[in-house]
Design a protein around this ligand. Structure first.
Ligand SMILES: [Zn+2]
Length: 435
């Protein structure tokens, strides 16, 4: 594996262009191993899911889907700290936790082998998205417990690129480093790029003068309009990437075709299931993504419900890769809030925001639901376009009033709040009503 050609279109041609029949037979063999391993070593699967060695005795992918129970986030949240640990604790070398979209973190433990294997697979995604040994790469996602920093860092170093671990630095410092080192590629949560652009402009820096060429965004859904905006401002290509802390970052990514994300289907087994009855769905049908890990010895997961809505296609991609593609994640099962009996869906709010792009920055917003002395109120926080006059706020308020069947207060983010948002994932919905 290390004696790699100097410059190749593929990171690992053999694996990336494997036939679907071969891939499916590999998946079946790996699934049997994964189920057997979890049934033998994990308290969570042995005691709670009642899995035994016999359960690994299935003969088709279909049988696997019908026979093996799901693992949910709730299962992990209610587990003891080491309940799913499958190796002696002394084998652990690292831990990561979810970025906090739920109240309690979910931990994912890693052995040295987990990191090595993960990096080798993940490098494939980064290579596909233009990272090479010659690249100067800035990791803008947070380090620390958040898996996007360190785990991606290892994978990019696997390629041999020069990695600058900017992590949680202030956006202003980030801008300075991007310029100073002539950074040509970077990764961050999608909503961070509009901030960097806004800040660059405030400081009289033209974003496209920075020389970025490959921009990778993950961690949250973003619209095609947002992509076009970031690409135009930086004069760069922006690729979507998908991963989750419970399993690994960068397990799927767009190729240059930008028509779905190739998922590392020999590293995880992807299934799409009906959200309501849990039945496995055929190709091209939208449902919840469910994943089983093949190569995680410390914290394996079997049929883990990700909460992300997508569909999968095994049709050939013009780029030549045979790994199936999942459609871009546009929403999560939890992207919905109920307020005064009305269902508020994130894509709908995002669409309203885009309709007001002349007045506000459509990509930076947060809806907050508060309860004050038993009275609920909805507040939408936004960033105004500087060019527009005083009546912009009135116009926005009237427009939202028309689109929503309830009263909504509009207010702008304070400079302080904006600075604090930094490069963490911006929660679109903040429900403070039961706190
Ligand atoms: Zn492709």
């Amino acid at each position: 594996m290390n004696a790699r050609k100097k410059e190749s279109f593929f990171w690992d041609k053999q694996r990336e262009t494997v036939s679907i029949a071969e891939l499916k037979s590999l998946q079946l063999a790996k699934l049997r191993e994964s189920v057997g391993f979890a049934a033998e070593h994990s308290g969570l699967y042995k005691k709670r899911k009642k899995l035994s060695g016999h359960d690994a005795d299935f003969h088709s992918l279909d049988e696997f889907s019908k026979k093996i129970p799901f693992t949910t986030k709730e299962d992990l949240l209610t587990s003891e700290l080491y309940e799913n640990l499958c190796v002696p604790k002394k084998e652990l070398v690292e831990v990561h936790s979810s970025s906090g979209t739920s109240a309690k973190p979910v931990y994912s433990f890693l052995t040295k082998q987990d990191i090595q294997t993960g990096s080798e697979y993940l490098a494939r995604t980064w290579h596909m998205q233009g990272i090479r040994k010659e690249s100067t790469f800035a990791m803008l996602a947070s380090y620390g417990l958040f898996s996007a920093g360190l785990l991606n860092h290892y994978a990019i170093q696997q390629i041999g690129a020069f990695v600058i671990p900017i992590g949680g630095s202030s956006a202003l410092k980030t801008l300075g480093i991007l310029g100073e080192f002539s950074v040509d590629s970077c990764a961050a949560v999608a909503s961070y790029y509009p901030y960097v652009i806004a800040l660059a402009k405030q400081n009289n820096i033209r974003p496209n003068d920075l020389g970025l060429r490959h921009i990778i965004a993950g961690g949250e859904p973003f619209s095609e309009n947002q992509r076009r905006y970031v690409e135009k401002e930086f004069n760069a290509v922006m690729y979507d990437q998908y991963g989750l802390c419970e399993i690994n970052t960068g397990i799927a990514g767009e190729c240059a075709e930008k028509n779905g994300l190739h998922i590392l289907a020999d590293y995880v087994y992807p299934e799409i299931v009906d959200m309501t009855n849990g039945k496995a769905l055929p190709e091209d049908q939208e449902g919840e993504l469910v994943l089983t890990t093949f190569h995680k010895e410390a914290s394996p997961l079997v049929r883990y419900r990700t909460g992300d809505i997508t569909c999968i296609s095994y049709k050939p991609c013009p780029c030549g890769r045979t790994m199936p593609r999942i459609s871009r994640i546009k929403r999560r099962v939890t992207d919905t809030l109920f307020y005064k009996g009305i269902k508020i869906e994130k894509p709908y709010v995002a669409k309203c925001m885009e309709g007001l792009r002349d007045y506000l920055n459509p990509y930076i917003w947060q809806m907050e639901l508060n309860s004050d002395a038993g009275r609920d109120e909805a507040v939408l926080k936004i960033v105004l376009e500087q060019k527009k006059g005083d009546n912009a706020l009135d116009h926005i308020t009237t427009s939202f009033q028309k689109n929503f069947d309830f009263k909504i207060k509009i207010r702008t983010f304070t400079a302080d709040e904006l600075a604090r948002l930094g490069n963490s994932k911006l929660k679109s919905f903040l429900d403070n009503r039961n706190k």
